[in-house]
Ligand binder design. Structure first.
Ligand SMILES: [Fe+2]
Length: 132
């Protein structure tokens, strides 16, 4: 499965968030590469890194939403929950030795591209006035 490429479509233009998104993409790609050689489930450190990093990063975005009264926060938070739930599903799939782990990574790949280019760019446009 292809890795996520860092493209202009994923850039918000707010450096602190963009830097975190690049790290999120890198963390995902590292796990993806392990999965491609059948070692995704063995890479517990990478799963942990992805989970911890995503949770910290979401928390920062959610702090901005709260601080600046972002009107679409509830829907955005639900997307973040979907991501964390999928990482938990990946761990469960691995624990069960199920073949679903690959499908979950496919979901996460689609999620990252869609969320960064969609919900996060909308948030970025809203935050422009406050953070630039
Ligand atoms: Fe987000």
């Amino acid at each position: 499965m292809p890795l996520i490429e860092w493209t202009p479509a994923l850039v918000l233009g707010i450096k602190s968030i963009d830097d975190q998104h690049r790290q999120l993409v890198e963390s995902f790609n590292a796990l993806r590469q392990k999965q491609d050689v059948g070692q995704g489930c063995a890479a517990e450190d990478l799963v942990e890194r992805l989970k911890t990093f995503a949770a910290e990063h979401f928390h920062i975005e959610e702090g901005y939403m709260q601080a600046f009264g972002y009107p679409d926060a509830a829907a955005h938070l639900r997307e973040h929950e979907d991501f964390l739930a999928a990482v938990a599903r990946f761990e469960s799939a691995c624990a069960e030795g199920s073949a679903n782990a690959d499908g979950v990574l496919g979901f996460l790949e689609t999620w990252i591209g869609g969320h960064l280019a969609g919900a996060d760019r909308r948030l970025g446009r809203y935050l422009e006035d406050y953070l630039r």
